[in-house]
Design a protein around this ligand. Structure first.
Ligand code: GLU
Length: 314
C-alpha cells in the first residue's frame, strides 16, 4: 500500500520553526517510502485563520521546497482541502455517533467547567466531570431555550492505547484521563478531534507525523476511528522544539517565524539547521529537502524535547 502523509497546519499566523520541522519530517517520512503528500488547511476557527494566512503558508512551503500532491491550488480527488469547507462531512459523522446514543448536549459555562473538572495531563484542557451526562431529554430541551449547548462524546472507562512509531507505547483511560470530550462547541464550531479523524480517513492518509503535544490526543482519535468504522493511520510523534530559554516555541517568538527567517537565511540553511537539531544532518550545514532524503532516519531523531541553541538561526 502506498504511503500517504500529510501536512495539516492551522494558519493562525506565519509558520515557525516547529511547524517547519513538522512539515519537513512528514515530507521526508512519506517521500522516502515513495509516498504521496496531502496538504490540508485546518482553518476550522475561521476568525483566527483568515485565508491570507493559508495562502502565505502555501507560499512558504513552496519556498522551503516541500511539495504536495493533493491540496489547495493543486486540487485532488478528496477536496475541498480547507476544513472550513468540509463541515457537511463532520455533521454526517456526528449524526452517526448520535444515532448510537453516544452524544449528549452540555450546557456548562467555561467557569463551571473549570470549577468541576480536573486538569487534563497534557493539553491544558480539563477532564470533564460528566455534569450534563445525566440530563433527561426534557431537562436538556428546557436548558436549550436559554443557552446553545456544546456536544460531547461519551467515553468508556477503558484503557485506549497504541504504539507510536517514534515514541513507543502510549495509553490513556479515556473516561478517567480525558473525560467526555467535545465534538462541537456551543457556537457550532466542530472540534479538532472529530474533524482530523474524518479528514485523515477521507483523504486516505496512512501516516500522521506531528509534534508530541498531540500524542495525548491520539487515544481520543483512535476511539473515534473505531466508533466511525474507519481505518486508522500509523501515528508518529516527534519531540517539540523549545526556544533557547526552554519555553515552548510559539507564534510570538518573532525570531523563529518564517517572516524573519526568510530575511536572513536561505531555505537550505533553515532546513539544514533544523535537520541538524533533529539528528539527521551531521553538521548545521545547508541542505535542501531533497538532499536530506539520503540521511533521514527516524531512529536518529531524539525522543526528548529539543532546545534551539541561542544564535543557531541568527
Ligand atoms: N492543525 C494542527 C496544528 O497545526 C495539527 C493537527 C494534526 O497534525 O493532527 O497544530
Amino acid at each position: 500500500m502506498q504511503t500517504v502523509g500529510r501536512f495539516a497546519p492551522s494558519p493562525s499566523g506565519r509558520i515557525h520553526l516547529g511547524n517547519i520541522l513538522c512539515c519537513l519530517l512528514a515530507w521526508l517520512s512519506a517521500r522516502q517510502k515513495g509516498g504521496r503528500v496531502v496538504l490540508r488547511i485546518e482553518d476550522l476557527d475561521t476568525a483566527r485563520c483568515p485565508r491570507r494566512y493559508a495562502d502565505q503558508m502555501e507560499e512558504d512551503l513552496r519556498w522551503l521546497g516541500l511539495d504536495w500532491d493533493e491540496g489547495p491550488s493543486v486540487g485532488g480527488p478528496d477536496g475541498p482541502y480547507y476544513q472550513s469547507q468540509r463541515t457537511a462531512l463532520y455533521q454526517a459523522a456526528l449524526e452517526k455517533l448520535e444515532a448510537r446514543g453516544l452524544v449528549y448536549p452540555c450546557f456548562c459555562t467555561r467557569a463551571e467547567l473549570h470549577a468541576a473538572s480536573a486538569p487534563h495531563r497534557g493539553d491544558g484542557q480539563v477532564v470533564y466531570a460528566g455534569t450534563c451526562r445525566g440530563l433527561t431529554a426534557a431537562e436538556a430541551a428546557e436548558r436549550a431555550k436559554r443557552r446553545a449547548p456544546a456536544l460531547r462524546l461519551v467515553t468508556p472507562d477503558a484503557a485506549w492505547g497504541f504504539t507510536d512509531g517514534h515514541m513507543g507505547p502510549y495509553a490513556e483511560n479515556l473516561a478517567r484521563d480525558c473525560g467526555d470530550f467535545l465534538l462541537r462547541r456551543s457556537d457550532g464550531m466542530f472540534a479538532y478531534q472529530l474533524a482530523v479523524v474524518v479528514d485523515d480517513a477521507a483523504m486516505g492518509v496512512t501516516e500522521v507525523v506531528r509534534g508530541a503535544d498531540l500524542l495525548d490526543s491520539t487515544p481520543r482519535q483512535l476511539y473515534l476511528y473505531r466508533l466511525l468504522g474507519l481505518t486508522a493511520p500509523a501515528f508518529i510523534h516527534f519531540p517539540l522544539l523549545l526556544a533557547p530559554d526552554g519555553r515552548r516555541l510559539s507564534k510570538r517568538d518573532a525570531d523563529a517565524g518564517l517572516d524573519s527567517l526568510r530575511d536572513r537565511l536561505t531555505a537550505a540553511e533553515v532546513l539544514g539547521r533544523l535537520a541538524y537539531l533533529a539528528g539527521f544532518n551531521p553538521a548545521a550545514e545547508p541542505r535542501t529537502a531533497e538532499a536530506l532524503l539520503a540521511d533521514f532516519r527516524w531512529d536518529r531523531v531524539p525522543k526528548e524535547d529539543i532546545r534551539i541553541p541561542a544564535g543557531l538561526f541568527a
